[in-house]
Each structure stands twice: as structure tokens, then as C-alpha cells.
Write a protein that binds this ligand. Structure first.
Ligand code: AMP
Length: 619
């Protein structure tokens, strides 16, 4: 991929910069490039070693940090200072992850809504710091193998990563000294690695089933005219090979009665490594047995499949949902691509092919396929491959908070990206100088049930009566899936271009749960939205009526004023009772009383204006 070019101005030879593809995985990470000679993607490795760099970091007391296979050895001997699965913490708070830390031997500090931090000795590390250490190691290895500086990269992330998680991955790259040119979804990269779409006349619908160490994604893609389009994505950010290992560990702990041991942490780590060994062995054999203390830990393939079935069944439910979101039936799928080490398990392949009613596609190494695709994307960015265009979609809806805490969606879920949407808003108070722009992600009607991404104030709006300023808010998702929010007041022309930093530190439930919640709560959400809309309308009517009476007091009869004041009180009372039907009825009553005199006063005003004009003309 490194090309030689001549700088015309200086006549000197210069080497085009190397752009690498990186799969930053939960369990393993790897780096790939396009081979300079055969032009095929290839994963980088040192001599006989594996291309997979375990995503494990060990911190020694003397400050020495090791990453990868060396660090993995310390999982048993020094578990408290050996960090694995750090990707699960990316963009998450302590509250987000606290229920999923039971299998971790290291300490995540209890810091509520702040970004989750791992404590090692007296030091604290965020998932960004930890990911940067892994990326630094990958960069160093690549530079050693290629004997050239590596400063630019394409990094892949699970399709379900939200903006904060994508931004955090980008930040980690920066910390590691890498210019991250593009963040792409892992399933999109995998389909590139299979070479689908390279032939321009080919039209296909593909399901990418990605079961790795810590996450599960299913994506439905179509390819036509060399264009990739992701129709839908689904998955679970807490489901993967680690869960299978833990299920085996639990099975052994119960069966061999290892509960309540003093050395529990180290014991668990040891069993975890044995469980992973068992899992891999059972991909090709009928039984597994290994000596452990006084016992022989054993597990049959049949038992193993029984243990993992409920976990694999969950992935099949996600497949059903992804098909539904894409508006497709099983037999619309032409190809099924298997990605992630866990898809080596025959039981997994069978479950997936039984579901789709078709043999799965598993010819490319499932551990390398994503990095290989990232290398192809890197080659596209380097200008070497011109025929591919990638279209991705937003996994969750993006919108703003409006009156009463309602979610106003600007970019619906599954919008194609890059994407742009804008909408106009106005003020609700006279002379209002600022407007809060709060950005949320999720499917629920109330913002409190969604995920807050960012918030800022558009300030400096010139004082105007309520409803006059026009604030246009635009959302732009660039090709990385990163969101930029812009707000502009159109009447005065003031524009504040504000870069929104996705806010970490906030409730960040996993995406699948959010989608399920939106389905479960659809009924009550509709009810809540209707109540808030009725309340907002009632409050606005109360405000305008009060203003109207103050201004036009002289032109109203005593009877009109008394009736209005009674209706206003009744409406205020209904607001306190939170009863939508009552609020609507009382709003209508107030309207019925005020409409006749409001029209009369308006008519008088028009008449006066007309008379004024006549005098003017005669004069
Ligand atoms: P990934 O996140 O794609 O690197 O996937 C790593 C996961 O795949 C880990 O949980 C591994 O234990 C698992 N894995 C790797 N090889 C095999 C195999 N032959 N059988 C079962 N699981 C495997």
C-alpha cells in the first residue's frame, strides 16, 4: 500500500503515508494492510506469532506496562492489575456497568455518573486511556514489521456504538499518536473483506452475524452498483464468547462445589482460561478434560451445547428483529457472513444456518475478517480503490428536547449516513435571550427515558416577543457516524457554531434494552406525550389570555372578565390534576369564552387602522 510518489515542486522522492486498518476488539485486536505486491488484504504478524493481539494490559508495580500476549499471562498471577475487556467500558459510566462487573477481577471505581475508571494501584485509567495503550502497541508492532512510520488508521467499532463511544475510540487513537481517518462499523468492514460489491453488476442482500468475545451484532446489508447500504442493525453489547466462558466456569463451580473459596478471584481467572480452552477444543472434539487441583475438569460437547443454547438463542432473537427492521424475510437474504471467533463453534453455525435456511459463509478467518475489511477501506481512503462507496445507518433516533421534556426526533433510527436534518424552533417567553439545545438519542417519547448526548445554550438572541425568533437547529452526521449540532437564529442572523462534544458521564443503557423498552412502553409513551402536549397547549393559552386581558382590559365587559377568570382558574386546576381529557375540555371552555371578545377586539383594531388610513389619504 505504501506508494512512491515524486514531489513535482522539489523533485524529491516521497513515500505516501501508510494507512492501516485496525480492529480494536474486546478480546483481541489486530492490524491489517493491503499487501504492496499482491494487493490483497493481509493481517500483520511478527514471524510465527498470531496476528491477534490480546486486548489485555498488565500494570507492574514499578510502572512497567505490557500489552498483548505477555500481559495475558498475568490474568492468573496478578488479576487485580491485569485489565481485559476494556472495550466494554468505552463511553460508559460506573452506573452503566456496575451490574456487569462480577466476572472482572480488577476494580472499577464507584463514581456514579462519571466516566467509568479502572483503579490500578494509585492510578486511575479510563477506557480511552486503556484503548490507547492497546492501539499504541499495535502501532509499534506494525512499525516494527513494516519498517515505516504508521500514523494514519481506519478503526472499526461495533455497529451499535453510540456517538460517545465512537468519539471515545477516536480519542484513544489520537492518544496513541494515530490520525483516525475513519471509524467504520465492523459488519460493514467484514462484508468488504468478503469482496462483495467489488463487481459492479452484483446485487446482493447480506446478513453479517458477528459474535466476538464481548459483543454481538447482526447487520443486514444490500450491495448494488458497488454501493454498500446497511438496511438495519441489531445486537447486544453484553453478549459474546466471554459469556460462554463464564457459563462453563459457573457449571464447573457448581458441579465441583468450588463455592466460597478464599482465593476466589485468582481461582475464577484460572477456571476462565480453562473454560476458553474447553470451548475451543469442543469446536472440533466430542469431550474435554483437564487436570485441575485434585479434580479432572470435564465437559462433553452435548453438555456444552446445552449450556450455551440460551445465549445463542438470544442472538437469533436479534436476527429476527434485524430482518423485521429491514422489512425483509429470511429468504430475501442471499449470503450470511460469519464474523468473530465465537462463530467457529459448529453449534453456532448450525443455529444461524437453520434460522436463515441457508449455509453460512465462513471462508475468511472470522478473527481477521474485520481488520482485513478495514484495510480495504484504508486503501479506498488512500485513493487506491475508487469503486466503493459506503453507506451506513444510524442505530438509534437522534433528536432534541422540546417543551415538557418531549423528544423531537430529527434523524430517525436507521437513517442513512452521512445525513443532515434541520428544524426551526422558537422562544416561548417574551424577551427570551437564550435557548437550551439538549441532544438525545433513543426511541422513547420522553427525553428522560433516552440517552443524553450533549447540551449547550444558544445565547445572544436579541430580545423579541415570544414566538418571533426562528432558531434553526441542524444535525449533521458525518461518514464516521459522529454527530455535529449547529444552532442559528435566522431573523437576527446571529449564528453560534457549536461543536458538540458527546457527553460521557450520563445514563448509557445498552442499545438493545432501549429498543425493547420503546416497544414495551409504547402505550404509556403515547399517553404521556398526549398529556404533555395538552398541558403545553393549556399553559400557552393561559399565558396569551392573561396578556390579552391586561392589554385590552378597557374593551371587555365585567361579565367577560369574570367568566374568563373562572375558566382560567378551572384550567389551572385541571393542569394540577394531570388529567389529559379534563385539560382538553377546560382548554376548549376557555377558548369558547375568549374567542368572541378576542375577535371583536381584533375587528375594532382593524377598523381603526382602516379609518386611520382613510384620514391619511384625505389629508
Ligand atoms: P473476537 O472478539 O472476534 O476476537 O472473538 C474472540 C472470541 O472468540 C473469544 O471469546 C474466543 O474465546 C473465541 N474463540 C476463538 N476461537 C474459538 C474456537 N475455535 N471456538 C470457540 N470460540 C473461539
Amino acid at each position: 500500500m505504501a506508494k512512491i510518489a515524486i514531489n513535482i515542486a522539489t523533485g524529491s522522492l516521497q513515500q505516501n503515508e501508510m494507512i492501516v486498518g485496525i480492529d480494536l476488539g474486546t478480546t483481541n485486536s489486530l492490524i491489517a494492510i493491503i499487501h504492496p505486491e499482491n494487493k490483497k488484504p493481509v493481517a500483520l504478524k511478527e514471524h510465527d506469532s498470531s496476528s491477534l493481539v490480546p486486548s489485555v494490559i498488565h500494570f507492574e508495580k514499578n510502572g512497567l506496562i505490557t500489552v498483548g500476549a505477555e500481559a495475558k499471562k498475568y490474568l492468573v498471577t496478578d488479576p487485580a492489575n491485569t485489565i481485559f475487556s476494556a472495550k466494554r467500558l468505552i463511553g460508559k459510566t460506573y452506573n452503566d456497568v456496575k451490574n456487569n462487573t462480577s466476572s472482572l477481577a480488577y476494580t472499577i471505581i464507584n463514581d456514579d455518573d462519571k466516566l467509568a475508571k479502572v483503579q490500578v494501584g494509585t492510578q486511575f485509567y479510563t477506557a480511552v486511556d486503556l484503548s490507547a495503550l492497546i492501539l499504541k502497541e499495535l502501532k509499534k508492532t506494525a512499525e516494527h514489521i513494516l519498517k515505516t512510520p504508521v500514523n494514519k488508521a481506519v478503526i472499526t467499532v461495533p455497529a451499535y456504538f453510540n456517538d460517545a463511544q465512537r468519539q471515545a475510540t477516536r480519542d484513544a487513537g489520537k492518544l496513541a499518536g494515530l490520525d483516525v481517518l475513519r471509524i467504520i462499523n465492523e459488519p460493514t468492514a467484514a462484508s468488504l473483506a468478503y469482496g462483495f460489491g467489488l463487481n459492479k453488476t452484483e446485487q446482493k442482500t447480506i446478513a453479517v452475524y458477528d459474535l466476538g468475545g464481548g459483543t454481538f451484532d447482526i447487520s443486514i446489508l444490500t450491495i448494488a452498483n458497488g454501493i454498500f447500504e446497511v438496511l438495519s442493525t441489531n445486537g447486544d453489547t453484553f453478549l459474546g464468547g466471554d459469556d460462554l466462558d463464564n457459563a462453563i466456569v459457573e457449571h464447573w463451580i457448581n458441579r465441583y462445589d468450588y463455592k466460597d473459596r478464599a482465593d476466589e478471584k485468582m481461582h475464577r481467572q484460572l477456571l476462565r482460561l480453562k473454560a476458553e480452552e474447553a470451548k475451543k477444543h469442543l469446536s472440533q472434539n466430542e469431550t474435554f478434560e483437564t487436570p485441575y487441583e485434585k479434580d479432572d475438569l470435564a465437559i462433553s460437547k452435548e453438555k456444552f451445547e446445552e449450556i450455551i443454547k440460551p445465549i445463542i438463542d438470544k442472538t437469533i432473537v436479534c436476527c429476527t428483529n434485524a430482518l423485521k427492521d429491514a422489512g425483509l424475510a429470511k429468504n430475501d437474504i442471499d449470503e450470511i457472513i460469519m464474523v468473530g471467533g465465537t462463530t467457529r463453534i459448529p453449534f453456532v453455525k448450525k443455529a444461524v444456518s437453520d434460522f436463515f435456511g441457508k449455509a453460512v459463509n465462513d471462508t475468511v478467518d472470522p478473527d481477521e475478517v474485520v481488520a482485513l475489511g478495514a484495510a480495504i477501506q484504508a486503501d479506498v481512503l488512500a485513493g487506491n480503490t475508487k469503486d466503493i462507496l459506503l453507506l451506513d445507518i444510524t442505530p438509534l433516533s437522534l433528536g432534541l428536547e422540546t417543551m415538557g421534556g418531549l423528544m423531537d426526533v430529527l434523524l430517525p433510527r436507521n437513517s442513512k449516513i452521512p445525513a443532515k436534518a434541520s428544524r426551526q424552533y422558537t422562544t416561548y417567553k417574551d424577551g427570551q435571550r437564550g435557548m437550551k439545545i439538549a441532544v438525545y438519542q433513543g426511541e422513547r417519547d420522553m427525553v428522560k427515558d433516552n440517552r443524553r448526548l450533549a447540551e449547550f445554550n444558544l445565547t445572544g438572541i436579541p430580545g423579541m416577543p415570544a414566538g418571533l425568533p426562528k432558531v434553526e437547529v441542524s444535525f449533521l452526521i458525518n461518514a464516521d457516524g459522529i454527530l455535529v449540532v449547529n444552532a442559528k437564529e435566522l431573523r437576527s442572523g446571529i449564528e453560534q457554531s457549536i461543536e458538540v462534544k458527546p457527553q460521557y458521564g450520563l445514563t448509557d443503557e445498552d442499545v438493545e434494552k432501549m429498543l425493547m423498552d420503546s416497544i414495551h412502553h409504547a402505550g404509556e409513551d403515547i399517553h404521556a406525550r398526549a398529556l404533555i402536549e395538552a398541558k403545553t397547549e393549556a399553559e400557552q393559552l393561559l399565558q396569551t389570555t392573561e396578556k390579552f386581558i391586561q392589554k385590552n382590559f378597557e374593551q371587555l365587559t365585567q361579565q367577560e372578565i369574570t367568566a374568563t377568570s373562572g375558566a382560567m382558574q378551572a384550567l389551572q386546576l385541571s393542569l394540577d390534576m394531570n388529567d389529559k381529557d379534563l385539560i382538553q375540555a377546560k382548554t376548549e371552555e376557555l377558548n369558547a369564552i375568549s374567542r368572541p371578545y378576542a375577535e371583536r377586539v381584533m375587528d375594532d383594531a382593524i377598523q381603526k387602522t382602516l379609518r386611520g388610513n382613510k384620514i391619511g389619504l384625505q389629508g
